[in-house]
Design a protein around this ligand. Structure first.
Ligand SMILES: [Zn+2]
Length: 283
């Protein structure tokens, strides 16, 4: 971990905390903040501590899985039966990561309250065998090669609405509501129509991916997909205000299983599935 990077990004946070323009800066699509070395000096007294990665929970929510990056084995204890928590197309064997399941349940409740009914989960966790079958039969043009689908994590969920076909979903009131609101539950529309060149996947208005509320908020507000978000975090780090709390998101690599985090701050650690880690600090 480069300590200097933390110093810079936290110093900028101090500047922003007292700056009324911060909201404007964050909401204009330029949420990315580039650190400035001049601001290092004021925060050199900040304490740091080493965190042993075997002592903390490492979240899977930001794992980048696409044609270039294979899914890795997840802890199957994280999977829960989707039924009867949410309506499903097939009761038996419909599994989701428990975090994704609760997000979907919360979203369905609010959709119903907003007058949009009939939503159900049509696909969740897929084992490798199932993805191989989908891919081999050639009928599912959307399926990624076996091992390279987010569905292997249980964090991806396909959502349909009763009486609405896949083709109709994007234009339906349910599809539009989900596209605009899913971020509030920590879910992102993973393959938007205008990002096919980035994701490598055609528009899938039914495919949502759980990333957590703060990350989903930033990605939605800035219209970036997971590939772009990870790149922003890796390049310069990202700072944003969410629910009145400053969030700092940075990339780091572990050294001998140890990473360095600012002292006395609430943090979460995520694997990026690229060999590194993403740290989110809140204050
Ligand atoms: Zn899907």
């Amino acid at each position: 971990m480069k300590r200097r990077v933390w110093l810079l990004i936290l110093a900028l946070g101090v500047v922003f905390a007292g700056c009324e323009a911060v909201q404007d800066l964050m909401s204009d699509g330029q949420g990315l903040v580039v650190a400035d070395e001049k601001q290092e000096t004021s925060n050199e007294r900040l304490g740091y501590r080493d965190v042993d990665l075997t002592d903390v929970e490492i979240y899977d929510y930001l794992m980048l899985i696409n044609r270039q990056n294979r899914a890795r084995a997840i802890n199957e204890q994280d999977l829960s039966a989707a039924w009867p928590t949410v309506p499903v197309s097939v009761i038996d064997g419909m599994l989701l990561h428990h975090s994704a399941l609760w997000a979907v349940a919360e979203m369905f409740d609010e959709a119903r309250a907003a007058g949009f009914s009939g939503l159900f989960v049509s696909s969740g966790f897929k084992g490798l065998d199932e993805q191989e079958r989908l891919y081999d039969n050639g009928r599912n043009v959307f399926a990624l090669p076996p091992g390279y689908s987010e569905h292997h994590t249980g964090l991806a969920v396909d959502i349909m609405a009763t009486g609405v076909s896949q083709v109709q979903l994007a234009g339906s009131e349910q599809g539009r509501w989900m596209a605009e609101n899913s971020w509030r539950f920590g879910l992102i529309l993973r393959y938007p129509e205008d990002k096919q060149d980035v994701t490598g996947v055609p528009f899938e208005p039914w495919h949502f991916r759980y990333v957590g509320k703060a990350h989903a908020y930033f990605m939605f507000q800035n219209r970036v997909v997971l590939e772009e978000y990870i790149e922003m975090v890796r390049n310069d780090g990202v700072v944003f205000d969410f629910n009145g709390v400053e969030h700092f998101v940075l990339h780091t690599n572990a050294q001998n299983g140890i990473i360095e985090v600012p002292d006395g701050m609430d943090f979460s650690i995520y694997t990026d599935n690229l060999g590194g880690f993403i740290i989110m600090v809140r204050r």
